[in-house]
Design a protein around this ligand. Structure first.
Ligand SMILES: *[C@@H]1O[C@H](CO)[C@@H](O)[C@H](O)[C@H]1NC(C)=O
Ligand SMILES: *[C@@H]1O[C@H](CO)[C@@H](O)[C@H](O)[C@H]1NC(C)=O
Ligand SMILES: *[C@@H]1O[C@H](CO)[C@@H](O)[C@H](O)[C@H]1NC(C)=O
Ligand SMILES: *[C@@H]1O[C@H](CO)[C@@H](O)[C@H](O)[C@H]1NC(C)=O
Ligand SMILES: *[C@@H]1O[C@H](CO)[C@@H](O)[C@H](O)[C@H]1NC(C)=O
Ligand SMILES: *[C@@H]1O[C@H](CO)[C@@H](O)[C@H](O)[C@H]1NC(C)=O
Ligand SMILES: *[C@@H]1O[C@H](CO)[C@@H](O)[C@H](O)[C@H]1NC(C)=O
Ligand SMILES: *[C@@H]1O[C@H](CO)[C@@H](O)[C@H](O)[C@H]1NC(C)=O
Length: 690
């Protein structure tokens, strides 16, 4: 007895001495150990350092909160090298902690917190959470703040369900980051703090004592969750929705199926690329119905994957990338037992609006995902990939949500029995089209009219111009041109524009501009020509031009025209129809190619490639409108022009002005030399019904 206690005394004294000599490192090491072990064992991070044995007493504010209680605490700050004289440029490192506790009656599924960082912070790590919608690490959250979701602890149970077990009711996130400027004593705090889950509302956060901030969010009684029996979030609308369904789960791997559905009547994807980010070093063992652009097996061999699966032959692995880029297979693979043979797959990455073809408005593929320890021990430990991004060739731009856990999807029984089978678990992502910013369009519109000699070409730089000071004028309006100039590539228009200028400025002798306006740089342009105006009606002609190198199969176009919608009669060479007025489709006439004419070929060489200009792929049709039922229409004043034009779902840049009335000449666009496109001439010969 004596011996032992003497020994332990000696030990203690030695330990204290050691602590002093190493500048309190033993305390810190212990705290760090705590956090690292607890994250690996399921993400429940302990309190920030200095760690405490006893749980912190619950604050008054938290006690008074009957909802979800969020906090943010600034912990510490340290000057980083280089030490600069200029205080604004001085980098600092900082540590802070956020927490989220469920003090309410309802479980919170897939919590998502917004932290309104405002001091140009850059997060190096966010232990216990995943930063969404920002590339990183480091996550440059800038002055806009960021959203975070639980890394492993995605759901917060209630005290009632857990007998008050904080482990299951709360999540703690430890941030480490850098920032610039400020003094030694300044404690930069975020602007705001809130819970972003549907059905909750948060008042403005309260700041206390300069480095503490909290808010109590409560359920919004006005928002009723659709399926109140469900434990999960409801599936909401998205222009495109993606389901991540786990079909089979084993401890170390699972089979997931991704289903994409197109819900917007004007949304479409071609040659889609889908990418996401694995959270736990997962890798794709195999794939059916889609493939990945790169394999990069070395990531696995030299990474944690190689350590976890020492005996695996990684040369046969589909993809080891953290952010794999996936794409659809070509139609040849549709029956391929090994990599194809999945419903809705293998269309070269095209999915269309539902109204064109319901079957073609979906896409699907399957992947076998390998997990790494510690998640590889339990089949229920599945973390879906985050940061989903979807894009395609000449398609609308989409912004996607973080995956939300939803009720497991149900499928018809694969054995043909009259039954349904459920997925093991399902996540759901919505992607919405975003309006293109000016100069970010992918197609553009030119206007011309029977009453005007000059056409209004596509806006300058409609689809962007190179930044490095082009030789052309990116700011100026395009020059007026004769309508037939719209038939040739931009580089061939300069001479025509100059001759036209001379003709138009005979009297005033205005000098031709030295620096010409830049091109539109669009792969697709659309000419909208007002063709005639008579007592009972009017007609327009729409011509699609493909200046790109790839064809468009199953193309569609749509015009928004308030006057034209009411009086719409017929589109002669396309399959046209008025769309039902809805939130997304107001006064829209939808047009697609007739069977056999649904192909817009790419640009081709002229007959003598060295001399003749290149020839765009073209499709053309006349549209007729009646005047009865519509108000007074002043066609020469521009009433006949559309307010919006879409091509393959993408909204096209449209001119700001209409052609000016100055002596009628016959438009040249309809009068193509028979040589150029025999097809077009044939279409123009199609008799019109008036
Ligand atoms: C100090 O640094 C800031 C940020 O880098 C910079 O904008 C500012 O011009 C610098 N001031 C001086 C006096 O160099
Ligand atoms: C902040 O938001 C603005 C407007 O949405 C955006 O233009 C800017 O790029 C954002 N900055 C960062 C750092 O994300
Ligand atoms: C599919 O894409 C490949 C390569 O991108 C192309 O060569 C092929 O013609 C396409 N097939 C169809 C049917 O569009
Ligand atoms: C035109 O398209 C509709 C679907 O949008 C289709 O039902 C109809 O059969 C098509 N008509 C022709 C002539 O192709
Ligand atoms: C829709 O697409 C499928 C698959 O390509 C095709 O079999 C079917 O005929 C199409 N339906 C219509 C109405 O065009
Ligand atoms: C899809 O991704 C590949 C690989 O990064 C890229 O080469 C291709 O251009 C992308 N396609 C589209 C339509 O963005
Ligand atoms: C898309 O829009 C729907 C409603 O219009 C909305 O509920 C959903 O959150 C949006 N998704 C994204 C990623 O913005
Ligand atoms: C078009 O002409 C260019 C030379 O002017 C040539 O390099 C190219 O191969 C031609 N393309 C086709 C499809 O004939």
């Amino acid at each position: 007895m004596m011996k032992i206690s003497t020994l332990s005394w000696v030990y203690l004294v030695l330990l204290i001495l050691y602590c002093f000599s190493t500048n309190n490192k033993c305390l810190l090491t212990k705290a760090q150990d705590d956090t690292s072990t607890s994250t690996t064992s399921g993400g429940s991070s302990s309190d920030p350092p200095p760690a405490e044995e006893e749980p912190k007493p619950v604050s008054k504010e938290q006690e008074n909160c009957n909802g979800i209680f969020l906090t943010y605490d600034f912990s510490s700050k340290e000057k980083l090298y280089p030490h600069l004289k200029n205080a604004t440029a001085q980098p600092w490192s900082f540590m802070s902690t956020a927490s989220i506790v469920n003090m309410g009656l309802y479980e919170v599924k897939a919590w998502q917190m917004f932290i309104g960082f405002q001091n140009g912070e850059s997060l190096v790590s966010a232990e216990g959470a995943t930063v969404v919608d920002v590339e990183g690490p480091p996550y440059k959250v800038g002055k806009n703040g960021t959203s975070i979701v639980g890394a492993t602890k995605t759901d917060l149970k209630t005290a009632v369900d857990t007998a008050g077990d904080y482990e299951q009711m709360q999540a703690i996130i430890n941030f480490k980051g850098t920032m610039f400027g400020g003094s030694q004593n300044s404690k930069p705090m975020p602007k705001s703090l809130k819970l972003q889950n549907d059905g909750f509302k948060c008042p403005a956060a309260t700041k206390k004592g300069g480095q503490h901030m909290y808010v109590c969010c409560t359920r919004d009684p006005k928002v009723k969750l659709k399926n109140s029996n469900s434990k999960y979030m409801p599936r909401t609308y998205g222009d495109i929705t993606l389901a991540y369904d786990v079909l089979q789960a084993y401890p170390s791997k699972y089979l997931a199926q991704v289903t994409m559905k197109n819900n917007h009547p004007l949304s479409r994807l071609d040659r889609w690329n889908l990418t996401w980010e694995w959270q736990k070093n997962e890798f794709i063992y195999s794939m059916k119905g889609a493939s990945t652009h790169e394999k990069d097996v070395s990531v696995c061999i030299f990474g944690p994957q190689g350590k976890a699966y020492k005996d695996m032959d990684f040369s046969t692995v589909q993809s080891c990338e953290k952010k794999p880029i996936m794409f659809d297979l070509p139609p040849e693979k549709i029956k391929d037992e090994k990599i194809g043979n999945i419903p809705y797959c293998c269309t070269n990455g095209t999915f269309l609006p539902k109204q064109m073809n319901e079957t073609k408005s979906q896409a699907m593929f399957q992947l076998e995902v390998m997990k790494l320890p510690p998640d590889a021990e339990d089949r229920v430990d599945i973390s879906p990939p985050l940061s989903w991004k979807l894009n395609g060739q000449l398609n609308p731009t989409y912004k996607c949500s973080t995956p939300v856990k939803v009720d497991p999807s149900e499928f018809p029984d694969p054995n043909g029995l009259d039954a349904t089978v459920s997925a093991v678990a399902s996540w759901y992502v919505t992607c919405n089209m975003t309006t293109p910013k000016p100069q970010k369009a992918k197609c553009c519109v030119s206007f011309s009219a029977y009453y005007a000699a000059s056409a209004v070409p596509c806006p300058t730089c409609a689809c962007g111009c190179e930044d490095n000071l082009p030789k052309c004028d990116a700011k100026n309006e395009p020059l007026p041109v004769p309508p037939n100039a719209l038939l040739v590539p931009f580089e061939n228009r300069a001479v025509m524009a100059q001759q036209w200028w001379k003709l138009k400025h005979k009297k005033d002798n205005a000098p031709f501009p030295k620096k010409l306006p830049c091109p539109d740089n669009c792969g697709v342009s659309i000419n909208y020509h007002l063709e005639s105006d008579y007592k009972s009606g009017w007609a327009a002609r729409l011509t699609l031009f493909n200046w790109g190198q790839l064809p468009f199969q199953d193309w569609f176009t749509a015009i928004q025209t308030k006057q034209g919608y009411l009086g719409y009669e017929n589109v002669y060479s396309f399959n046209g129809s008025r769309m039902a007025n809805s939130e997304y489709t107001k006064n829209i006439i939808f047009m697609q190619g007739l069977p056999g004419m649904n192909y817009l070929i790419p640009e081709t060489n002229g007959t003598r490639p060295d001399k003749d200009p290149k020839i765009p792929g073209k499709q053309q049709s006349v549209i007729s409108f009646a005047k009865k039922g519509t108000k007074v229409i002043d066609i020469p004043a521009g009433d006949g022009f559309p307010t919006k034009v879409f091509f393959n779902g993408e909204e096209c840049a449209i001119p700001k002005t209409f052609p000016k009335k100055n002596g009628a000449i016959r438009s040249q666009i309809g009068l193509l030399p028979a040589l150029v496109v025999a097809l077009l001439t044939f279409m123009l010969m199609v008799p019109l019904n008036w």
